[in-house]
Design a protein around this ligand. Structure first.
Ligand SMILES: [Zn+2]
Length: 235
């Protein structure tokens, strides 16, 4: 779901054209303070390799489907719960914007929050969100409006950010065997974009917000009926 949206973003936003989405791993992770998501580099900033400058630390290699993962983007509960499609797009753009223009596993130095005034950073992201929402592939984007259980890739064994080079027990490589797909609860708040989509034929699938709401109404009326039967029952 997220991979396809991210590919569409990289295709349509000039500032994200350098992102090779096939080498970005999206995982659902647990909460970390109030953060919605975070991007983890896979190499050390100073050396550009998995070995630290002083040789004391190593970063594990992550290889999925034979491809070296360059970045891991962790999506946290706040991303999935009570968010609008626009907010989710903003989070994904924000995270992809941290990816270095060289796509070398490092974070973009000039795009770090400390390097840019807060307002400027927000403005840049706002501009990209605005542009994208105008031209987005609605059929793709509507998946971010899912309401209910969605299946997301998660860690079975989460690689540490780094391990001591001398630690022989530390695993060097992580693969798809360390991942699983499991349910995550997604609750979508309606928004200007979603309201606009209501009249389109994008709502065909069960996954989407409108049908889900209908289902909830149906469930509510069914459970009401059950209660009435219980009350009126007992021969
Ligand atoms: Zn950030």
């Amino acid at each position: 779901m997220l991979r396809d949206v991210a590919k569409d973003l990289a295709l349509r936003i000039v500032d994200l054209a350098h992102v090779d989405v096939d080498r970005v791993l999206f995982v659902a992770e647990s909460a970390r303070r109030g953060s919605r998501a975070s991007t983890r580099p896979t190499v050390f900033k100073d050396t550009g390799t998995r070995k630290s400058e002083d040789g004391q630390y190593r970063r594990p290699k992550i290889k999925i489907g034979g491809k070296r993962v360059a970045y891991v983007i962790a999506l946290r509960p706040k991303f999935f719960l009570d968010s609008t499609v626009e907010e989710r797009v903003r989070t994904i753009i924000h995270e992809l914007y941290h990816v270095a223009p060289q796509f070398d596993g490092r974070l973009a130095e000039r795009r770090r929050h400390q390097q840019l005034p807060h307002g400027e950073y927000q403005e840049t992201i706002d501009r990209m969100v605005g542009e994208y929402m105008e031209s987005a592939n609605s059929r793709l984007l509507i998946r971010l409006a899912a309401h209910g259980e969605v299946w997301m890739v998660q860690w079975l064994a989460r690689p540490p950010l780094k391990a001591r080079a001398e630690d022989r027990a530390a695993r060097r490589t992580y693969t798809e065997r360390d991942l699983f797909e499991g349910p995550v609860l997604m609750r979508t708040t309606t928004s200007a974009w979603l309201e606009k989509m209501k009249d389109s034929d994008c709502f065909d699938s069960d996954l989407f917000w409108q049908n889900q709401t209908k289902k909830e109404e149906k469930n509510a009326s069914e459970s009401k009926k059950e209660k009435e039967e219980v009350v009126g029952g007992n021969p």
